[in-house]
Structures are given as structure tokens and as C-alpha cells.
Design a protein around this ligand. Sequence first.
Ligand SMILES: Cc1cc2nc3c(=O)[nH]c(=O)nc-3n(C[C@H](O)[C@H](O)[C@H](O)COP(=O)(O)OP(=O)(O)OC[C@H]3O[C@@H](n4cnc5c(N)ncnc54)[C@H](O)[C@@H]3O)c2cc1C
Length: 447
Amino acid sequence: MGELNTSKPFQVIIVGAGIGGLVCAISSAREGLAVKVLERAPEILPIGAGIQIPPNAARILASLDLLPKIRETAIEVQKLNFRRYEDGRLLASRKSRSHAQWFVIHRADYHQVLLDEAKRLGVEIQLNASVKDISFEDGVVYLEDDTTLKGDVVIGGDGSLWSTTREKLLGKDSQPFQTGDLAYRGTFTLEQLEALNDPRVEELCKEPAVTVWFGPEKHCVFYPVRGGTQFNLVLLRPDNLPQGTRTVKGDIEEMRYTFHGWDSVLTKIISCIPSVLRWKLCHHDELDTWTKGRVALLGDACHPTLPYQAQGAAMAVEDGAILGRFLGKLFLLLQNGSISPASEAESISRVLKLYETIRKHRTTQNVQGAISNRHFYHLPDGPEQQKRDEEMAKHSFTTETSEYKFLDMKYNADLLEVPVLREAGKAFDSWWSSHTEDKGEGNRSLM
Ligand SMILES: Cc1cc2nc3c(=O)[nH]c(=O)nc-3n(C[C@H](O)[C@H](O)[C@H](O)COP(=O)(O)OP(=O)(O)OC[C@H]3O[C@@H](n4cnc5c(N)ncnc54)[C@H](O)[C@@H]3O)c2cc1C
């Protein structure tokens, strides 16, 4: 096996230019590493609909100096309003906290900010580069066009349903399973909504808020993007797509029929959606491992989730930022001779394992939290729904605990407010300290 040439920066290869892959690229490049991103698409198109950037992701973006660019098109959310499906009655309103910024943005704008920053930092983005296999011990990546590339580390950020990196790493077919829900996603313009000529719709459009309607088996999420000139609507319902489908064009009539009888403001908005995509929502049993040799997974490739906490991309952002930071610190140790070239492969695999260890618990909690929210949001009318609505009506979203994760503020603080990069830094520090103590070399702190 080849040893690292310490005069050259670490070569990081990232499979997939999604949100997680690009944040990993940016974080690694800021550490002075050489980064190449392999993206199977022939071009990066401005696709997708709205996406929320919750405070945990916003904190990471701030640490990468990306918030000013994000703010150019994003809207900072002042509150999250939760409404009853039938009549739009407000069940609760959760104000955004000053120390925890929450944004909504068009995914294409978010992606563009990440892409521009990656390029500015010298990251090489190779399009039309579909990865078909990986050699885990030596970091060789095989592309569909039969070319090969070699990295010191390879990161699999190739998404959820058909992640090649995940399947190769696990050595078997590994598709996430269907959750039983699907999402319709659509965006439309302010002009389209103004044409409805309805003061309640206009009121809704003015608010820098995320509005969620809860109903039996279904819920809907609405918020502004692109400085309030466009709006995003996500409608969630039981899945009726064939197995194996991920995204297809939606049937507008079916979508309208599904939400017939809901709050008239919502049904009016639904009536002006010109086209919509249907997404099958998937998740995965916890994977036994996310790492092998010089390779690690991130984002949906290892922990796809129901989008019921707006955390899928946010967790991928956390993964990517931490991986970049860890690889930078590891490279320093190799460069300054604290780790000998002979132990290079072993130290890479140990640092990737450390990443997996600290991320698994948090991302598993997130997947479970989203499942718990599904129950909470979709309660059928009856005693439990009435109890939920009563608890929401008196909730202040500050310090209360609750049997529902959604209303449990300890759970929420852990999810949204823990400084994960700093915590990860401490974990790396203590890993290195225990390593040097084992070797009798004293306690050398690096972070
Ligand atoms: C309805 C809905 C609403 C959502 N809302 C939110 C939200 O509000 N907030 C939030 O944080 N998350 C949200 N999410 C989740 C979020 O979209 C995903 O979790 C996130 O995009 C995952 O990022 P990723 O980088 O892991 O993968 P992806 O963004 O899927 O990127 C994977 C990339 O890898 C490329 N690729 C795949 N295979 C290969 C290959 N073999 N070789 C090379 N390249 C390859 C793909 O082309 C793609 O560019 C939502 C999801 C849905 C469905």
C-alpha cells in the first residue's frame, strides 16, 4: 500500500455534489486539503424546491462564513405557526430565538452558494463522473467511463436511494425502505398568489414564517423563498407510488382531491400550483458501519430520514463540516510528524471511525425524532389529537418537557442548539490525547 507523500496536501475525493458533499468539500478546502468532487450529473441544474435551514445548520454555515451569501436570497424565519387542517385555527406559534437563526431558501440558491464557494476555494468539480466502484484500502475510485482516480480519503455523499458508495461499502444491495409517505413539492410566484385576490392569502404571504397544517395522515408546509417573491408548498400524504420510484411528476387533480376540505386558504393556494413533483419518502435501518478503510459515508447515504424535522440536509451539513475539520487535523499530525507515514492508513481509518461514532447517535436520534413527529402531526381526530392540541395551546416553547419530542424543549435544544463542531473538536482532541498517552508520548492537544 502506498504511503502519504507529506509534501503534497491530502487528496480528498467526494462522491456527489449534493449539499452534504459540497459542505464537506468547502470544509476540507478551508483546511488546506486538495479536494475533488465527482458528480454524476452532466450539469448542475437549478433544481428543487424550498428547504429550511434550521439553527444547527445555520451555525455551521456561519462558521464557514457563508451566511452573508445565504442571506442574499433566504428569508430569516420569525416564527413557526402550527394550524388545524380543517379551519386553519392556530394551534401554537413558536417564535424564533435570537441566538438561533432559522432560514428558508430555495434549494437551488442554497446549492449555488455552496458550489460558488467550493470553486472559489479551488475545489475541482468533475461533472459526468458517475462512480461505479471503490477500492477501500487504497482509495481508488472507478468511474462508469472506466477512468480511475486515487484519493487519500474518499467520502460517499451520493444520496439515499441508490448510493453506490453505500452498497460497495456494505458489500450488498442496500436500498432504504419506504416510509409509507410521499411528498408533493411545488413552488409558485407572489403574482400567482396575489391573483387569488384573497386577503387571508395575502396576510399569509407577508409573514416571514413557516406555516404547518396538521391533519389525519397528512400535513402541509408553506413558506416564502427568494426574498418573498416565491413560495414553497410541501404536501405530505400516504404513499401511492410504485416501489423503487423516487421522484415523478405529480398529478395535480389527485393532489387537489387529497386536500379537499382543508383550510380554505390552503386549498386556494393549492389550486394555483401549476406543476408539482411527487417524492417517495424513504429511510434506512441504522447501518452497521459508515466507514471502511479510507472511505466514509455522509448525509442521506448513511442516514436518510423523513423530512418531518427539516433536518435531512442539516445533518448532511454537520457531517460534511466535521469530516473536513477532522481530515485537516489529521493531515497536520501527519505533516508535522506526530503520526508516522507508516501509520497513515491506520490513522485515516481510525479518524473516520471516530467521525462515525460521534455522528451515529445524533443522526439516529434525528431519524427517530422525525418518525415521532409523523405520529404527532398526523393524529386522527379524537382524544389524543385533542390532548395534543391542548398541550400545544399552552406551550411556550421555552423549557417545557413533553412525551412528544416535538414539544420537548430538552430534545429541541439538543437538536438545534448544541455546538456540534466544537463538541466534535473536543472528541478529536480527547481521541488524540488518549492515543498519545497509550504511546507514552504525553498529552499533545491539537484543536
Ligand atoms: C419533501 C422534502 C423536504 C425536505 N426538506 C428539508 C428541509 O427543509 N431541511 C433539510 O435540512 N432537509 C430537507 N430535506 C432533506 C434533504 O433534501 C436531503 O436530506 C439532503 O438533500 C441530502 O443531502 P446529501 O448531500 O446527502 O444528498 P443529495 O443532495 O441527494 O446529493 C447526492 C448527490 O450525489 C450524486 N450522485 C449520486 N450517485 C452518484 C454516483 N454514483 N457518482 C457520482 N455522483 C452521484 C447525485 O447526483 C447528487 O448530486 C427534505 C427532503 C424532502 C424529500
